[in-house]
Design a protein around this ligand. Sequence first.
Ligand code: F6R
Length: 242
Amino acid sequence: MWDNEVGASKAAARFWCDKIRDGARVLCLATGNTPTAFYKEWTASMQQDSVVASLTTFNLDEYWGIPAGHPGSFRQYMELNLFKPLGLQSDQIHFLPSSLPRAEDTEWDICQRYEEEIRRAGGIDLCLLGIGANGHIGFNEPGSAADGGTHLVALTEKTRRSNQTAFEGPPPERALTMGLKTIMTSREIVLLAFGAQKSKAIHEAFFGPMSEACPASVLQRHPSVTAFLDREAAHHLPAYRS
Ligand code: F6R
């Protein structure tokens, strides 16, 4: 736990870069407000490092039903905050599309292909997660099955409202997301959470019952999760309650 988001992001980036220098190559990445400072720190630490060329990335999720390149898309967020500044090439990057790439595809085909690409890359070594105020990870909303693979989801009103700012009109209603099972196959997980609005979800995720009502509670079954929290997000945890 750190006093603020900056301290926690710096520590998380140091931890993350050490893991990469120790051999982590296949990375799963999150978007949103939470990891922005983390991505800056990671970029600053590795911009000139030859190890960057050996990385493979898979993003957790993408909105469904918006044009490719939409400024509110997660792909655009990643281009701006990590891919361009760090110098990742397009063949290193894997992303769920925001619409059907070919008329003959179905959403199911896309999700199966993504799972297959992860398998072919050797599985995820290191996975970065944020968390929603309702306990979602990726876009696995409350009620998501712990054994689910990559799939199409209907976003809750709460999630749509909190992601509203990236869109001029109403935010998308659906998204493609890695499933909880896919996330859990990661060898190691790093979770970031900042701000009082995350404190309840953090408490439920790590100290509540394991339940579909809080998708992140599935992480209790993972052998290697490290959470980087600021004081506000940690507020409800027994060790930090003030
Ligand atoms: C985004 C993702 C989501 C976010 C979560 C928190 O790729 O997977 O689970 O991590 O919605 O979003 P922020 O960081 O904007 O509060």
